[in-house]
Design a protein around this ligand. Structure first.
Ligand SMILES: NC(=O)c1ccc[n+]([C@@H]2O[C@H](COP(=O)([O-])OP(=O)(O)OC[C@H]3O[C@@H](n4cnc5c(N)ncnc54)[C@H](OP(=O)(O)O)[C@@H]3O)[C@@H](O)[C@H]2O)c1
Length: 324
């Protein structure tokens, strides 16, 4: 048996229960890991609320780091005793120990702690694909990135600085603006006080930006399209304010033949070679000191409901971990 979070209904933070669950031996292609830390991500809220449906009862959490205790048949890339981390399906990371598909696990370099790994795998691999694969930044661009002081956001600020990209970041408070700036975001816009479309036009002398990375969804989608220069790309990668409502493709033509994509990390890491390449690049950025992972909130695993409340009420900054 092991302690884990389970939900038997979708809903508010109160549906998460801290319970004893069976810990089976790993089957073919699986591994059993004892976790030292798990990551908290906004996607966990979507699963908890049922925005992303799954069969119930179910676990929650997509990210963790720990030590391999056992591997099933056919697993050769890791062995008991290895330090590993992951961001991947299926949900179930909120646990002291778990069995999961071994192909999501990567070995951790000695310089990266379990806590740092649990805080950065999902958010850091996301910034990797957003900046290096979805719209490949070359350096020299000016970009718009929403929620710049969040978990994904603070990593994006630092990655943009390292690439020589001028990042315009939106934030919900002046304190968050200062934090984003300290991490390399060149211009900040407090979208609770300022019209972000007007400010982006001002900053770019009316030209707009070639790419917007938008994880806010419902509240910002149309404004984000208005910030793009002709042939620009809208990367809609989340919906913290709610899903993007249906819209007419003509909206893209009238704004200058725009592109829109709705990417998910799990498609980008589905091939093992891609996962290894992306993880190596992320580890390199952290080991070189170009990116520092800010763990600004830590909660005991059993207090996960409070962690969700704080995340949803926009109280958190940077990354958050849960400690089993
Ligand atoms: N598609 C993918 O592959 C992928 C992967 C990872 C994450 N994501 C998405 O990226 C986003 C950031 O994830 P994260 O885990 O790093 O979370 P986070 O940015 O730390 O937290 C979400 C932030 O969104 C902002 N926000 C704006 N409107 C909000 C609202 N109505 N309710 C709650 N928050 C609101 C808040 O910042 P302000 O107060 O500054 O506005 C809040 O702090 C999420 O939307 C997530 O789903 C997508």
């Amino acid at each position: 048996m092991t302690k884990a979070i389970r939900i038997s209904a979708v809903g508010g933070p109160e549906v998460m229960e801290y319970v004893d669950v069976d810990l089976p031996a790993p089957g073919r292609g699986e591994a059993l890991i004892r976790q030292h830390a798990c990551g908290l991500n906004y996607i966990d809220v979507y699963f908890r609320m049922g925005t992303y449906p799954q069969q119930l009862p179910a676990g929650l959490g997509m990210e963790g780091a720990g030590v391999v205790e056992a591997v099933g048949e056919g697993v050769t890339h890791i062995k008991p005793g290895d330090r590993v981390a992951y961001a991947g399906r299926p949900p179930g990371a909120y646990a002291e120990a778990r069995v999961l598909p071994a192909d999501v696990l990567v070995k951790l370099p000695g310089a990266i702690s379990f806590e740092t790994a649990a805080a950065m795998m999902l958010q850091g691999l996301t910034v990797q694909y957003l900046f290096r694969r979805t719209f490949r930044l070359q350096g020299g661009e000016t970009i718009l990135f929403h929620a710049a002081a969040g978990g994904v956001g603070l990593i994006a600020c630092q990655w943009a600085r390292a690439l020589g990209v001028t990042m315009i970041g939106t934030v919900g408070s002046d304190e968050k603006a200062a934090l984003a700036k300290a991490h390399g975001c060149v211009h900040t816009i407090n979208y609770n006080k300022e019209n972000f479309v007007e400010r982006v036009k001002e900053i770019t002398d009316g030209k707009g930006v070639p790419v917007v990375y938008d994880s806010i969804g419902k509240d910002t989608f149309t404004g984000s399209l208005d910030c793009l220069s002709p042939l620009g790309m809208m990367v809609s990668f989340g919906g913290a304010s709610g899903p993007v409502p249906p819209f007419s493709l003509n909206e893209l033509a009238s704004r200058g033949s725009l592109f829109v994509t709705r990417p998910s990390l799990f498609n980008y890491i589905a091939k093992r070679d891609d996962l290894e390449m992306m993880a190596a690049e992320l580890f390199g950025m952290v080991e070189s000191g170009k990116i520092k992972i800010d763990i600004n909130q830590r909660y005991a695993l059993k207090d996960v409901a409070q962690a969700h409340r704080d995340l949803e009420s926009r109280k958190t900054t940077g990354s958050t971990i849960l400690l089993p």
